[in-house]
Design a protein around this ligand. Structure first.
Ligand code: AHR
Length: 509
């Protein structure tokens, strides 16, 4: 049953800030089965691969127009020594992955393999450098190895290892969670390091780095303020300003607490609503960090990179607790669709976001079966696919003058309808989420400043919020063509089933 329609207004001819395509970014850490078994199976695998990289994973991610891939961590990044991962595989050093299950890492997937993967995916690499246990020299030489043309010690080493031409890398992270696993530093201590590391990560030739300082967790606005203050301190004028071009933020959505985060597929409606309330906190956090940054950078030249976000549940029963393997339901899909609405709203400052993580870890796009190798696309994957038209589109404001339905959750108000819109190349794309677990909801959108010539609509929903895909049931949650949308002149009426995500696209007339 549906209640009164929500009234929304979109001025299709008033463009807001561009939605950076990079907010649809990804993250691959040496963690559990993300790299090994996920992206990389080795050349001798029976699973079709090119130079050890799984072709089905590449194909699935290319269909999302994956804009960037962050690697090698996460916490792993701050104990990764890149020189262990180059040269003949049989000679590469073996290390212990102390953060994630204490397993041995043979370094068979290193810099060359990662850059090869990015080329196959046609995506931009985002490298997260080691500040916690590395040195300035080590990071500086990694940049030289990857990006320097001509003759130099590191360029020569790269050529000896089979790569003549340098690669292009723009996004470069100066450590990860340096307040925690990346060195347990104070904000002041890290801010000094960030300036130093940024200085020696050089631009070679026309390769221009976009340096990302390791930012705050959750609502640690003091961390953001310390990093912003340090940007205005003077230094050698021959060095590019600002020293770093963005700050990161990490925020995970969990229904319980860190000791018991809740199960991925077994949860009540109350736990579901708590999850959505927690997911919605991303808006408050981005607003808070952006407000602090505005004080020091009113022109918004420094970007926010939310390079870890998504759901974090208890691991699936019987799996290694250090591998962070979790299933992915219709609830996860709605967490993702809500995040994208929030990201679109913050397009003026948010230049990148990376869901954690792409394959087999946390809120993954893709799950692979460890025995058969079968590949499963998750409900979250489908949200990325349905929303890909927002990449690099102009954001459009969505006003709801009479408000949207709300529900009291844990003493707070949760809005149960979320909408965002954008335009690109003469096409309008509207994304709508109905967060109500049980009730359908209609939305009537008044399109002003232009009409639509045609409409195409997709819906993602399922019998239950717990529905998920498995090798036996690959399409329990998959997008369907949708006829619950009508266009009458400039009035678009969208019927949203309970717990659903709908996209409406059309040519602007
Ligand atoms: O994504 C899993 C872990 O979460 C990352 O390694 C770390 O940065 C964060 O705490």
């Amino acid at each position: 049953m549906s209640t009164d329609a929500v009234s929304a207004v979109i001025n299709v001819d008033i463009e807001g800030p561009k939605i950076s395509k990079h907010v649809y970014g990804h993250f691959a850490e040496h963690l559990g089965r993300c790299i090994y078994g996920g992206f990389y199976v080795g050349e001798d695998s029976a699973i079709p691969n090119v130079r050890g990289i799984r072709l089905d994973v590449v194909e699935a991610l290319r269909a999302l127009d994956i804009p960037n891939l962050r690697w090698p961590g996460g916490c792993f990044a701050d104990e990764y020594h890149w020189m262990d991962g180059i040269g003949p595989k049989e000679d590469r050093a073996v290390m212990v992955n102390t953060h994630w299950g204490g397993v041995e890492e043979n370094n068979h997937f290193g810099t060359h393999e990662f850059m090869d993967l990015c080329e196959l995916l046609e995506t931009e690499p985002y490298i997260s450098g080691n500040v916690g246990s590395g040195t300035v020299r080590e990071m500086s030489e990694w940049v030289e190895y990857i990006t320097r043309e001509g003759d130099s010690p590191m360029a020569r080493l790269r050529k000896q290892n089979g790569r003549e031409e340098p690669w292009k890398v723009k996004f470069w992270g100066l450590g990860n969670e340096t307040w925690g696993c990346g060195g347990n530093m104070t904000a002041e201590q890290y801010a000094m390091d960030a300036r130093k590391y940024a200085t020696y990560c050089r631009n070679y030739g026309d390769n221009k780095l976009y340096r990302i300082a390791a930012g705050a967790a959750d609502a640690d606005y003091g961390w953001t303020e310390t990093l912003m203050k340090q940007l205005s301190h003077l230094g050698c004028q021959r060095v590019e300003r600002p020293l770093y071009q963005a700050l990161s933020i990490h925020y995970y959505t969990i229904a319980g607490d860190w000791a018991d985060k809740g199960a991925a597929t077994v949860f009540t409606d109350d736990e579901y609503y708590t999850t959505m309330l927690k997911a919605n906190r991303t808006d408050e956090l981005l607003t808070g960090h952006a407000n602090v940054m505005d004080l020091y950078d009113p022109k918004k030249e420094i970007g926010i990179v939310m390079d870890e976000w998504g759901t974090w549940w208890n691991v699936e029963p019987g799996t290694n607790p250090g591998f962070l393997y979790q299933q992915n339901t219709m609830r996860d899909a709605l967490v993702a669709s809500l995040h994208f609405d929030i990201f679109h709203k913050h397009a003026d400052r948010l230049i990148m976001a990376n869901i954690a993580q792409t394959v087999n870890v946390l809120q993954a796009m893709i799950l692979t079966d460890p025995d058969s190798g079968a590949l499963v696309l998750t409900p979250t994957y489908h949200v990325f696919q349905m929303n890909k038209g927002h990449q690099d589109a102009a954001s459009l404001r969505v006003d709801t003058p009479a408000g949207v339905p709300t529900r009291e959750v844990d003493g707070k108000e949760l809005e149960t309808v979320s909408v965002s819109a954008s335009r690109k190349d003469g096409r309008l794309l509207v994304s709508l989420s109905n967060l109500d677990a049980q009730a359908a909801q209609d939305v009537e959108i008044d399109l002003r400043g232009g009409g639509l010539g045609d409409i195409e609509s997709l819906v993602l929903t399922a019998d239950t919020l717990q529905s998920h895909n498995t090798p036996e049931q690959l399409e329990a949650v998959a997008p369907q063509k949708y006829d619950g949308v009508t266009l009458d002149g400039t009035k678009l009426r969208v019927h949203l089933p309970a717990h659903s995500f709908v996209t409406v696209a059309g040519t602007l007339a």
